[in-house]
Design a protein around this ligand. Structure first.
Ligand code: MCA
Ligand code: AMP
Length: 451
């Protein structure tokens, strides 16, 4: 699967650079082989996915050993971490660049249908579920993207995205190790770091692109790049236009999900329109489940990049598909009749929030808040936000606790990006006759902040 590692594309001392430290493929493989020796036979391996060479080596090591790898948000708190470790049965491993594995060591990762990665992601209710991805699905996706973006060993890929999700890890690390492109991970995805990295291919979530567009000097430094790619959430049209004006590039947008990997994309050299995500990748079929006469409806998919199921949850897996076997994305979309270009219009559920490109289930944050002894009711929504796309707003019924204390409580128990950016105190969560929270009402004037 990681064809570049075995030398077919040659080697260089800075094949992979993360947060300022570089390694050759040989060094990376050496550290990964040490991990592979340690974890052989384990049920699953968990890696605290800091932005570091060690994370890359640990992921590659578990792939070499044929043991599924579970990347963890490095700041995940006890509630999140314990759930993931218990659910996956993973043992935590760390890579060490100072040590070499003894004896015969694997050098390649066969492409197979066996689980390669288990990525935990939020649903609309309950704790995060483990999305099982096979090597076959990952390889199919990376090859389709290499074709769509003309991505090759000639490229230097630059990004600074977290290494515990599809965007940063599958595309941003495994993609580089499969295509042989040099990788520069900037540690954090700041405009200055992107400007200084001198890449040909750049990945970012819309928040990253909007921050770059707000710093014209940083944006101008990307003029010499070959391709700018945006994904994980909708790229606002004004950000698209600013980037075009400042860099001369029309950013390519692509659409995906943890469960499906990237399935729809604009093409390098193809015409891209702001507000659209392009056409399905080779092998992917899409359909819109619209009411008769309507043009928009739920986007449903089939294809070789789809996940193998939610770990240990056959019922949730079955519920994610239609009766005739199409994956239900939960996203509302429309397709241009003439050129087949897809447009993502929104999400079916208010309980799935996208903030800074992170997917956060409202239920998970509500449960964390309800674990606080002072909170008696909680309802969490995503409010429109110019920087993050959506920001997490928590409406709580609570006494004797401040908003900042509740924010820190969620940040410490789950992880920092799941914390509410705003806490509003209310007297009761509005409910319908069935007792179901009426979340859409929460963002109206009726519930303007009172403390
Ligand atoms: C603030 N901080 C706190 C607290 N408040 N720490 C602890 N407790 C608190 N209460 C600190 C943090 O520790 C951190 O500190 C700093 O504030 C960061 O704050 P934050 O506002 O969260 O970060 P940001 O800089 O605003 O982040 C924006 C971001 C980030 C960089 C765009 O959201 C991001 O990396 N997003 C990418 C998400 C992603 O990759 N999604 C892909 C999913 P310090 O600075 O000291 O560390 S995969 C997907 O969607 C599919 C497949 C697809 O299509 O790609
Ligand atoms: P995740 O599982 O974290 O990868 O989140 C997947 C979700 O991100 C999708 O269901 C969409 O709602 C959203 N998403 C990803 N890419 C795009 C995009 N280009 N435009 C709009 N939404 C997107």
């Amino acid at each position: 699967m990681l064809t570049a590692l075995t030398g077919v594309h040659g080697d260089r001392a800075d094949a992979v650079t993360i947060a300022g430290r570089s390694a050759s493929y040989e060094e990376l493989l050496g550290a990964a082989q040490g991990v592979a020796a340690d974890v052989a036979g384990a049920r699953a391996v968990a890696v605290s996915a800091t932005p570091s060479l060690e994370t890359v080596a640990a992921v590659v090591g578990s792939l070499l050993a044929g043991v599924p790898c579970v990347p963890l948000a490095p700041d995940s708190g006890p509630a999140e971490r314990e759930h993931i470790l218990r659910d996956s049965g993973a043992v935590i491993v760390e890579a060490d660049f100072g040590r070499r594995a003894g004896g015969p060591a694997e050098t390649s990762v066969p492409v197979s249908g066996a689980p390669a990665l288990i990525l935990y992601t939020s649903g609309t209710t309950g704790p995060p579920k483990g999305v099982v991805l096979s090597g076959e699905a990952i390889a199919a996706d990376l090859d389709a993207l290499a074709d769509a973006w003309q991505w090759s060993a000639e490229d230097t890929l630059v990004h600074g995205l977290p290494l515990f999700h599809v965007h940063g890890l599958v595309l941003g690390v495994l993609g580089a190790l499969r295509t042989g492109s040099r990788l520069v991970h900037t540690g954090r995805p700041t405009p200055d770091a992107y400007a200084q990295a001198g890449g040909s291919l750049y990945f970012g979530v819309p928040t990253v692109w909007s921050r770059i567009a707000a710093e014209p000097h940083a944006a101008a430094a990307l003029t010499g790049a070959r391709l700018l790619v945006s994904g994980s959430a909708a790229l606002p049209a004004p950000v698209f236009r600013s980037l075009e004006a400042l860099t001369g590039h029309r950013p390519v947008e692509r659409y995906g999900m943890t469960e499906t990997l990237i399935t729809i994309s604009g093409r390098a050299g193809g015409g891209v329109r702001p507000g659209t995500v392009g056409t399905p990748l080779p092998g992917i079929r899409t359909r819109i489940a619209a009411e008769p006469g309507a043009e928009i409806g739920e986007l449903q998919l089939t294809g070789p990049t789809l996940f193998s199921g939610y770990l240990g949850r056959p019922e949730a897996t079955a519920a994610a598909y239609t009766e005739d076997g199409w994956f239900r994305t939960g996203d509302i979309a429309a397709v241009d009749e003439v050129d087949g270009v897809h447009r993502i219009v929104g999400r079916a559920s208010v309980d799935m929030i996208k903030s800074g490109g992170y997917r956060i289930g409202a239920g998970e944050v509500e449960n964390a808040l309800l674990d606080h002894p002072r909170v008696s009711e909680a309802a969490v929504v995503g409010a429109p936000d110019p920087d993050l796309g959506q920001r997490i707003v928590a409406f709580v019924v609570a006494e004797g606790v401040t908003g900042a204390e509740l924010t820190d409580f969620v940040a410490a128990h789950l992880s920092v990006h799941k914390r509410p950016r705003e806490v509003r105190f209310i007297t009761a969560v509005p409910r319908n006759a069935m007792g179901k929270p009426q979340k859409k009402r929460l963002l109206t004037d009726e519930f303007e902040e009172r403390t």
